[in-house]
Every structure is written in structure tokens, then in C-alpha cells.
Design a protein around this ligand. Structure first.
Ligand SMILES: [Zn+2]
Length: 224
């Protein structure tokens, strides 16, 4: 094996050469998976901000998020950020726009232990990926979770709310400036995180206009 082949093999080891959604040989995310996403969703959640999600938490989008979040595929921040940026364009029309000014993204915070295990805050990284393709957008990171917050997997809506009650902290020095404020998260399930984040920001005098998330994992509503 020559130096060039060895180099290519090492790159393959570091950056998988397949689509994170479907495994097609197009890295890191293929056009077909983008085309198959379907329209954004707008789950209605009581007392939560208006939410716009790139897609349902299923299929290629779910596969790509899990690889990004749990399997260390940081190269997916960019294509997932592009998808979020598209949703952002739609979401700016949601909620009560607060007039002219900057558009601020506030990432929902991860549990400190989870962020450590993942080598950083994966939602904040997604926000930076959005800014890379929407340079006028700004990111503020005033929110953090207390260590006592448990992983929410397996908790029902009431338990998720109780788990977060009073445990989202605000760093006053990191609040967004004047303008519209959008919360950003990877998955919305019951809206407990978005509610808690909005409540914490409201306590610091910051109003949230809407939320943009990658995946909608809310229970399907049955239209009669
Ligand atoms: Zn694909």
C-alpha cells in the first residue's frame, strides 16, 4: 500500500464514506435522504413555544441524529445544520416576532455528564453549523442543566417536567441581545425541555419567540 492509499484508508477510518441516513456511498448525507424527508412538522404542545421540526424522529433522520449524537459522527453537524437552517427559515414566521433585530439561537442544554461523554454539547455544535450557512444568525448559550437532572429516556411527560423543574439555570452574562430568540434542540418528545428553557429565560427577562428542532418524536395526533 502506497502512502496515498494509506492516507485514504486512514481518512476512511476517521470519516465514514457512507450516508449516515441510509448507508448509500455518499458521505455524509445523500440527496435522496434529503428528498425523502417530507415537510417540516409543527407539533402542538401545551404551554410550549411554537415548534417547527425538520422531520419525524424516524428513518434516515433518526439514524443520522443517533450517529451524530451517540456515535461521534461530528462530520454530520454540517448536513444536520443545513437541515435546521432550512427549518429556521420557515420558523422565523412562527410565533410573535419581536420586530427587527438579530436572530438568536439558544441551544437547549445537555446534562453535563452527557456533554462530557459526547466530547462537547451536540446541540450547541448544531447551532454553530447553522450559523456557518446563515451568517446573520447569532448563538447565545445562557442555559445549563444542573447535575441532578436525570436522563429523560423512559420518563413520561409528568416525570420529564418534574425532572427539569427549577433545574435549568441561566448565566446572566451569556443572555442573547435584542432581537428574536429561537430555542434549538435535537428532539422534541413532550415539550418539557422547551417549556423549562422558556420558563428559565422568561425569569431572566428574555422572551422566546419559537423553537426549532431536528426531530419530532411527539406522539402522533389522531385527526378525527
Ligand atoms: Zn441517504
Amino acid at each position: 500500500m502506497g502512502v496515498r492509499e494509506l492516507g485514504a484508508a486512514l481518512v476512511d477510518l476517521v470519516l465514514p464514506a457512507d450516508c449516515a441516513g441510509c448507508g448509500a456511498p455518499v458521505a455524509p448525507w445523500c440527496p435522496r435522504c434529503s428528498a425523502d424527508l417530507g415537510p417540516p412538522t409543527t407539533p402542538r404542545l401545551p404551554d410550549a413555544p411554537d415548534v417547527l421540526a425538520v422531520g419525524r424522529y424516524t428513518g434516515p433522520l433518526r439514524a443520522a441524529l443517533l450517529r451524530y449524537k451517540e456515535r461521534g459522527r461530528r462530520d454530520l453537524a454540517r448536513p444536520l445544520g443545513v437541515l435546521l437552517a432550512g427549518a429556521l427559515d420557515d420558523a422565523v414566521g412562527l410565533g410573535d416576532a419581536a420586530g427587527p433585530g438579530a436572530l438568536w439561537l439558544v441551544p437547549a442544554p445537555s446534562r453535563p455528564s452527557a456533554a462530557r461523554e459526547r466530547g462537547g454539547d451536540h446541540v450547541a455544535r448544531l447551532c454553530r453549523a447553522v450559523v456557518a450557512v446563515r451568517p446573520g444568525v447569532r448563538v447565545a448559550r445562557p442555559l445549563r442543566l444542573e447535575r441532578r437532572v436525570r436522563d429523560s429516556v423512559g420518563l413520561d411527560a409528568g416525570q420529564r417536567t418534574a425532572n427539569l423543574a427549577g433545574r435549568v439555570r441561566v448565566r446572566p452574562g451569556a443572555l442573547p441581545g435584542p432581537g428574536r430568540v429561537l430555542l434549538v434542540d435535537d428532539v422534541v418528545t413532550t415539550g418539557a425541555t422547551l417549556r423549562a428553557c422558556r420558563h428559565a429565560l422568561a425569569g431572566a427577562g428574555v422572551a422566546v419567540d419559537a423553537a426549532v428542532v431536528l426531530c419530532d418524536a411527539t406522539a402522533p395526533t389522531h385527526v378525527s
